[in-house]
Ligand binder design. Structure first.
Ligand code: NAD
Ligand code: UFG
Length: 336
């Protein structure tokens, strides 16, 4: 199967391309490089022995998309391309709605014109409301707290409407919990620009000496050790979830929603200690005030993905930390 992967040089997209190639499918990558580097393609080739076609361009460019779908004989799309910084989405909401929502609408319009019926989309656990006790299944009421989350939920709704209007379309939203980790080869990983907002990239930059100490946001949450609890999922498990979702949905029209998580919550201190073990030293940290908008604790109920896709996570937080450390120590400044 030939698959257009938008955002395919990004963190999750690049790992998914490796899994698609392993499965014998052929990814074609479209990415504007707004948040990734083209050298990722070399790494995909080095890991798999196959160099996927790469087109630099924007998903909002309908002419380019149309040409691409037809010239490459695309049969399905995995749509990762989007902006993902929550704080930035609060400051620049129109940029987020234009990129994430308008970009997805253009993509679905062009797919319709070209007769491409299958799409798998990067949604997020951030679409869920904050009032339900974990674990969160797919029925938890949605009520995202910021423009980024709302942009994801809007696309979920649009996909449901498209699938309802055309009984031959298969539209699948994957709601990721906290993706972390790196390819076990150490050749691919997360490479954020500037100061990382998220826990794992910050921790790994502390470990490699690029940052002084981790600030732990809050020590009085209603959790066993007082620090925030999340459901961390290894990016390779997440990538395999895309392969499973695509294989399933390509045969089954409709709108499908799956949570992709491990079903287990880990605290910030759990992650700090696991990372210390992986890199062989205690990492410096201090406690800082809570970060606005953060919740105490949530994790996935991943039963629907297990029962329907036969997918579940295989990797532990030790794997996540070891693989992140291998990537970060071999590539202290990220991709060239
Ligand atoms: P990433 O920034 O590494 O990858 C996104 C890629 O999309 C980048 O390579 C970027 O250059 C590209 N891109 C952005 N806008 C584009 C456009 N208009 N046209 C073409 N390319 C464009 O992010 P990621 O962590 O790999 O996330 C992938 C997707 O998963 C995103 O949609 C994100 O919102 C979603 N997601 C991520 C997380 C997470 O914690 N990483 C959690 C839930 C959902
Ligand atoms: N944290 C720290 N110090 C840091 C960074 C984070 O203590 O420097 C803590 C946070 O307070 C939280 C935990 O580590 O308790 C995880 O924080 P992240 O920023 O890594 O992740 P979030 O759970 O806040 O959000 C992430 C993505 C969202 C996505 C969500 C899905 O950033 O885009 O997971 O569950 F929607």
């Amino acid at each position: 199967m030939k698959i257009l992967v938008t955002g395919g040089t990004g963190y999750i997209g690049s790992h998914t391309c490796v899994q698609l190639i392993d499965k014998g499918w052929q990814p074609v990558i479209l990415d504007s490089l707004v948040n990734s580097k083209v050298s990722v393609i070399d790494r995909i080739e080095s890991i798999t022995g196959h160099r996927p076609p790469f087109i630099q361009g924007d998903v909002r460019d309908a002419d380019l998309l149309g040409k691409l779908l037809l010239e490459h004989g695309i049969e399905a799309v995995i749509h990762f391309a989007g902006l993902k910084a929550v704080g930035e989405s609060v400051a620049q909401p129109l940029r987020y709605y234009d990129n994430n929502v308008h970009g997805s609408v253009v993509l679905m319009q062009v797919m319709q014109q070209c007769g491409v019926k299958t799409m798998v989309f990067s949604s997020s656990a951030t679409v869920y409301g904050h009032s339900s006790a974990p674990p969160w299944n797919e029925q938890v009421p949605t009520s995202p707290a910021n423009p980024y989350g709302r942009s994801k939920l809007m696309v979920d709704h649009i996909m449901a409407d498209v699938a309802a209007a055309d009984a031959t379309c298969a539209m699948t939203s994957l709601r990721y919990f906290n993706p972390v980790g790196a390819h076990p080869s150490g050749q691919m990983g997360e490479d954020p620009q500037g100061v990382p907002n998220n826990l794992m990239p910050y921790l790994s930059q502390v470990a490699v000496g690029r940052r002084e100490a981790l600030q732990i946001y809050g020590k009085d949450y209603n959790t066993p050790d007082g620090t925030g609890v999340r459901d961390y999922i290894h990016v390779n498990d997440l990538a395999k979830g895309h392969v499973a979702a695509l294989a399933y949905s390509h045969e089954r029209p409709g709108h499908h929603v799956f949570n992709l998580g491990s079903g287990i919550g880990h605290s910030v201190l759990d992650m700090l200690h696991a990372f210390g073990k992986a890199c062989g030293r205690d990492l410096p940290y201090n406690f800082a005030p809570r970060r606005s908008g953060d919740l105490d604790a949530y994790w996935a109920d991943p039963q629907h993905a297990l029962n329907t896709l036969g997918w579940q996570v295989e990797k532990t937080i030790d794997d996540m930390c070891q693989d992140t450390w291998r990537w970060q120590s071999q590539n202290p400044n990220g991709y060239p």
